[in-house]
Design a protein around this ligand. Structure first.
Ligand SMILES: Cc1ncc(COP(=O)(O)O)c(C=O)c1O
Length: 366
């Protein structure tokens, strides 16, 4: 039998959206982590003014784009990269997450396994399935640390890669990436570190797997969340010269290209960090506001160490119950933890303006 596609998770929310919409003012949608705030103006302007729309863009990314990524990595993480050998473009990062297992499997057909955190962004497992590979979850402890010591040696030997994601979507956990990189090197498992929320941390510095040295590791970065540019689809991957070389060559053959005007916009976005600092403050304020709304409903939550999600305990097997309760009582739409591997949490994304979130407070007060 061929591969049977599961339903797309967010399509399952339609009945709860309808329920939440019955509130005056409509649904407050906190389900998908899609930004609502303005991107940097000069980046948006570059989309029409770059004069780069006529010819084919470079698949690995223009020199300007890769240099901008290189300088950003140096500025934010203090890691030096070679813009020719260590960096290449991707079309947003979901396509990279989902297509990379297939490309690694083509190169290394005797390996057929993708390791990923048991509570995580669902596309890590989907990429394995779409490559005809095995998706093997790695247990995580309460603090979000991967329990690599619990893995079966056979699974390790068969692994093409291990995905990690800190700050985590959905839990907001952060972790020291150096021991994971060391584990990968000593077990011959490439570590792919999805770092799309890296700058959304409070009271600590952004971190990258690249700080532990480049051999055996690839960091994956996106402008979608960092710069509120999810609509233009831009990101990059960086790290191990050999892995980057294979991926950029195979992606070139596959016609994967970021449009030229998008590359121009992305270069500008990576050259500025001030807009990210502003965005961090917005998310913090909203997370605190949402936490207090939940408290009024008798639902306890903790602020995340990073990212912009509240990961809220919903009670044993209570994920969908809490989704329904929040939709019917205050008109908010949230994602059940089952989308991410836990049936006793919900994930609440701080992706509506404070004005919109105030609808929740009004409903609580009425
Ligand atoms: C952990 C994680 N990785 C990757 C992505 C994909 O982002 P994009 O494809 O917009 O770069 C998301 C989006 O929600 C995410 O949460």
């Amino acid at each position: 039998m061929g591969f049977e596609l599961p339903p797309y998770p967010y399509d399952l929310l339609d009945p709860y959206r309808a329920l939440a919409n019955q509130h005056s003012g409509g649904v407050v949608d906190l389900s998908v982590g899609t930004p609502c705030d303005p991107p940097p103006e000069e980046a948006v302007r570059a989309l029409v003014e770059s004069d780069s729309e006529r010819g084919y863009p470079s698949s690995i990314g223009s020199e300007e784009f890769r240099k901008s990524c290189q300088e950003w990595v140096k500025r934010v993480f203090r890691v030096g990269l070679d813009a020719e050998k260590n960096i290449a473009a991707c079309i947003g990062t979901k396509e990279f997450v989902v297509s990379t297992p297939n490309y690694l499997h083509l190169r290394n057909p005797e390996k057929d396994t993708v390791l990923y955190p048991e509570i995580s962004y669902p596309s890590y497992a989907m990429g394995a399935h779409l490559a005809g590979c095995r998706a093997v979850p790695v247990k995580v402890d309460e603090g979000g640390k991967l329990l690599l010591e619990d893995l079966d040696p056979d699974d390790i030997n068969r692994s093409l890669m291990l995905w990690v994601n800190y700050p985590s979507n959905p839990t907001g956990a952060v972790a020291d990436l150096a021991p994971i990189a060391d584990w990968g090197r000593s077990h011959n498992v490439p570590i792919f570190s999805d770092e799309c929320y890296s700058q959304f941390v409070w009271g600590r510095k952004p971190s990258t797997v690249l700080s532990s040295g480049l051999p055996g590791v690839v960091a994956v970065h996106s402008l979608s969340k960092r710069s509120n540019l999810a609509g233009i689809r831009a990101g990059f991957y960086a790290g191990d010269e050999d892995l980057v070389f294979w991926l950029k060559e195979v992606r070139k053959h596959s016609g994967k290209m970021i449009p030229g005007p998008v590359q121009a916009a992305a270069s500008l976005a990576y050259s500025d960090d001030q807009h990210v600092e502003k965005q961090k403050l917005r998310y913090r304020e909203r997370l605190e506001f949402l936490q207090s709304c939940l408290k009024s409903l008798g639902v306890e939550s903790e602020l995340p160490q990073g990212s912009f999600y509240l990961w809220v305990w919903s009670g044993q097997d209570g994920s969908w119950d809490l989704v329904e309760r929040l939709a019917s009582e205050v008109g908010i739409l949230v994602a059940p933890g089952s989308f991410f591997g836990s049936s006793n949490h919900v994930r609440i994304a701080a992706v509506q303006t404070l004005e919109k979130l105030e609808l929740i407070q009004n409903r609580l007060d009425s």
